[in-house]
Design a protein around this ligand. Sequence first.
Ligand code: PLP
Length: 369
Amino acid sequence: MTHPAPLYLDNNATTPLRTAAAVAMKDVMGPPANPSSVHEFGRAARLVVEDARLAVAQLAGCRASDVVFTSGGTEANNLVLSQYTTIITSAIEHDSVRAAHPNTRFVKVTADGAIDCDDVQRHVDAIPAEMRPSTLLSIMAANNETGVLQPLHEIADIAAAAGIALHSDMVQMFGKASIDFATTGISYASLSAHKIGGPAGVGALLVRPGCRLASLLKGGGQEQGRRSGTENLIGIAGFGAAAKAARDDVDHFTTMAGWRDAFETKILAALPDTVIFGKAADRLGNTSCLVAGAKTAETMVMAFDLAGVAVSAGAACSSGKVRASHVLEAMGAESDAGRAIRISGGWATTPSDFERLADVFLHLYKQSG
Ligand code: PLP
């Protein structure tokens, strides 16, 4: 008996490498390639870096000179937070924001998983005028567990009125919804290549002109003095190629919302007690976070795995570590936080993938009770 190929639906954790990214990386592997060198080899490497910078900028809607390459979303988040003495953030951020700074205040979220803008206002109002220039508000664009899109325009207005800089972790939204960084009123944004079909270990911090950014790492002054260290040419080449390819895929994620919704409708019809987190909020089209039965998420993720479907439990980056979801806890769903399953489609996901997922899901949950 032949088994169908395993189905990968954990794209918020990481995505398969796009062919164009693999080709671009292979093309730069081998020759000596320090983009700071003035000779022919160095100049060729510099062209690759600048071409990738432009591709990332075009996908993010900013100027190429706003893009500072980093080792990923985690570094971009840590880098920007390190520039400020006080951080206001939310309880549902990725750990690379939540745990990055010793002086952090947390804004509440609603039961739907959206940032409570009144609470943002309260936190901002509590910052005395003299502390505002050294305070950063950091709110993610889309949550990695629920896919809930955050009210960034409203938050940007609050930050601007208070004279407080705003950073957004856009790692999950990048490539899945259109972003126009230049017009959002956001000072900084974090991106990651491996969430859009590029390699892991490379990402970027977008920095609006005039916003402070001192390199965290002391060294050669690369990236206009904003991030020292010889550029990761292979990773950057892959990031650029993935960004170019991802431009054509933003609509794919809008369409995917229909496949995801059809899946959720099927599950709710068969298992009416299922809870779908963030269902009433604006969400990324690729994500579904749900609790259907009494079994722990860890048990169910293993059952899905045995059935040939890769999904995750709670936060993607902590898959493999058993820990209740801090996101669901912040949404007031403590009792569900250890049982939630996250499904996330990607650039390679098709409608039939969601159909197969629904069959496996119903089979497993009806069996497990
Ligand atoms: N921010 C969010 C919202 C994420 O989902 C992740 C990774 O899961 C990161 C930051 C970290 O990015 P990276 O893996 O590139 O360090």
